[in-house]
Design a protein around this ligand. Structure first.
Ligand SMILES: *Cc1c(COP(=O)(O)O)cnc(C)c1O
Length: 420
C-alpha cells in the first residue's frame, strides 16, 4: 500500500493533487510521500526487533538530504559507498557510529575522511584495501574498525547488472580466501576486526539466496571465532526487491523472520542496508506529454522526462508502470513512451499496452523513488529536475530544479582561447 491514489478520478499524493504540485513546480519532477517513507522504514526496522540490529539505509538508492534526515530521525544509520555519500550522511545529521562504508574502490582521501569522522566500520573488499586502510589509519594515528565483505558465490536470481555475489562479480573477497584476508587483518596493527559483511544483489524476489549466503557467513564466523577473532557485527547488506509490475518479493516481515530464525542466539548485532525496499514505491516521476505521433508500425508518446532523469528502463530494461494523472475511460493502445534525449535507448516504456495519452497531459511514472534521481545526469545539458516531498496536504521542495547556470558551474574557457 502507498499514498498515491485516485480520488474523484484525479491522482493524489497523500492529500495533494499531483496536478496542483505540477502547476507550482513545473514538470518533470520527482515526488515522494512522507508517510510511505516512514511506514516502509518503520515496518522494516520493526520486523527485526527480535534481535540487536541496526538498519543502515543505503544512501545510493536516493540520497536527498531530506530523506536521509527522515530515516536518521527514525533511528537509522547510513550505508555509504563514497566520500560524497559520507558527506551527505553527515549533512543529513547521521551519527558517525551508525555509518558503514561499503564499496569496491575506496580512495585514500575517502578512507581518511571516514576515519576522521569515526564511522562504525569499513566493509573491505580486497586484501590491498586492508593494507591501505591500515596505512592511512597509522598515518593519522587511528585504529580502523573493519568488516570483510565476503563474496559467497550465490546466484541471487536477479538482473545480471545488479547481481553482486557471484564469483564473476567484482565485489567482495571470495569466501574461500576470506579466512586469509581475516588473518592478514588481524596482523595489521591499525585495524580492528569487528564484523563480516555481504551484499549479494538488488531487487531480490526470493529469500532463499539470502538465507544461503547467511548460512555460509555463519560457518565462516564460527571458524573465525575458533581462531580467536571477535565478530561483533554481521552485515547482510540490502537487496530486498519491490513490486514494479507483477513481482512478488517477500514482505519485510517474512524476510526478517527467516533471517531471525537463522541468527537466534548467534551473538552478532545484525546490520541491514536496505535501499530500494524503503524508497522505491514511495516516489514517482511526474512528467508531461509533449507530443504523440505514429507511423505504420509504431506509436510514440513523447514526454518531457528522459533517460537522464530516470535511466532504469534504458539501462536495465526495467518496467515502470505509467499512469495518467487524470483518470478517464480511454482507448487502449500499444506505444513507446519516450523522452527528448537524442538516443534511441531513451525510453520509459517500450511496446507498452496502455491507455491512450494526449499531448499536454500529466503522467506519473510509478515506483521511481529508488535509483531515480540518484542516477540522474545532465546529459543533453538538461538541468536536473526538482524533488518534492508531500506530507498530508503540505508540499516541500527538497531539491530545486537546476537552472542553466548550474550546467556550466566549474567550467572555464582558457585565456588562450579567449584571446585568439
Ligand atoms: C546498493 C547497495 C545496497 C542497497 O541495495 P538495495 O537493493 O537498494 O536494497 C546495500 N548495500 C550495498 C553494499 C550496496 O551496494
Amino acid at each position: 500500500m502507498h499514498f498515491f491514489e485516485y480520488k474523484d478520478r484525479q491522482l493524489y499524493c497523500e492529500g495533494i493533487l499531483i496536478r496542483e504540485i505540477a502547476e507550482k513546480v513545473g514538470t518533470p519532477f520527482y515526488l515522494y510521500s512522507y508517510h510511505t517513507l516512514v511506514r516502509h522504514f518503520t515496518v522494516f526496522d520493526d520486523a527485526f526487533k527480535g534481535i540487536p540490529h541496526l538498519v543502515c539505509y543505503s544512501a545510493k538508492a536516493n540520497s536527498n538530504l531530506a530523506l536521509l534526515r527522515l530515516f536518521i530521525n527514525l533511528g537509522g544509520g547510513v550505508d555509504v559507498v563514497s566520500g560524497g555519500e559520507l558527506y551527505r550522511a553527515l549533512k543529513g545529521g547521521a551519527v558517525p557510529q551508525k555509518i558503514v562504508f561499503s564499496g569496491v574502490g575506496k580512495r585514500e582521501d575517502e578512507i581518511e575522511y571516514a576515519l576522521k569522522t569515526g564511522i562504525l566500520m569499513f566493509n573491505v573488499e580486497s586484501s590491498q584495501e586492508l593494507q591501505v586502510i591500515n596505512e592511512v589509519a597509522s598515518r593519522i594515528g587511528k585504529k580502523a574498525a573493519i568488516a570483510i565483505r565476503v563474496n559467497p558465490d550465490i546466484d541471487p536470481k536477479t538482473h545480471p547488472y545488479i547481481s553482486t555475489g557471484l564469483k564473476q562479480n567484482k565485489f567482495g573477497i571470495d569466501i574461500l580466501r576470506a579466512p586469509m584476508a581475516y588473518r592478514l587483518a588481524s596482523q595489521l596493527p591499525n585495524l580492528k576486526i569487528v564484523g563480516i559483511d555481504c551484499h549479494i544483489g538488488s531487487q531480490l524476489v526470493e529469500v532463499e539466496p539470502i538465507i544461503e549466503a547467511l548460512r555460509r557467513l555463519k560457518q565462516l564466523v564460527e571458524n573465525l571465532r575458533k581462531d580467536g577473532m571477535e565478530i561483533q557485527y554481521l552485515d547482510l547488506g540490502g537487496g530486498l526487491g519491490i513490486t514494479y509490475e507483477d513481482e512478488e518479493p517477500p514482505h519485510p516481515v517474512e524476510y526478517a523472520s527467516t533471517i531471525l530464525e537463522e541468527l537466534q542466539g548467534f551473538g552478532c548485532t545484525l546490520i541491514l542496508e536496505p535501499g530500494r525496499v524503503i524508497v522505491g514505491n514511495a516516489g514517482v516521476l511526474v512528467s508531461k506529454v509533449l507530443y504523440t505521433k505514429e507511423n505504420e508500425e509504431k506509436r510514440f508518446v513523447i514526454v518531457d522526462a528522459g533517460m537522464n532523469d530516470l535511466v532504469r528502463p534504458s539501462y536495465y530494461g526495467s518496467y515502470h508502470q505509467i499512469l495518467p494523472v487524470k483518470e478517464e475511460t480511454r482507448e487502449e493502445i500499444v506505444a513507446d513512451v519516450v523522452g527528448p534525449i537524442c538516443e534511441s535507448s531513451d525510453f520509459l516504456a517500450k511496446g507498452r499496452k496502455m491507455a491512450i495519452l494526449h499531448s499536454g497531459e500529466l503522467i506519473a511514472v510509478m515506483s521511481a523513488g529508488a535509483y531515480g534521481f540518484s542516477m540522474s545526469t545532465n546529459y543533453n545539458s538538461r538541468p536536473r529536475i526538482a524533488e518534492v516531498l508531500v506530507r498530508d496536504d503540505q508540499m516541500f521542495v527538497i531539491r530545486k530544479r537546476e537552472g542553466y547556470e548550474d550546467l556550466i558551474r566549474g567550467e572555464k574557457i582558457p585565456d588562450f582561447l579567449i584571446r585568439s
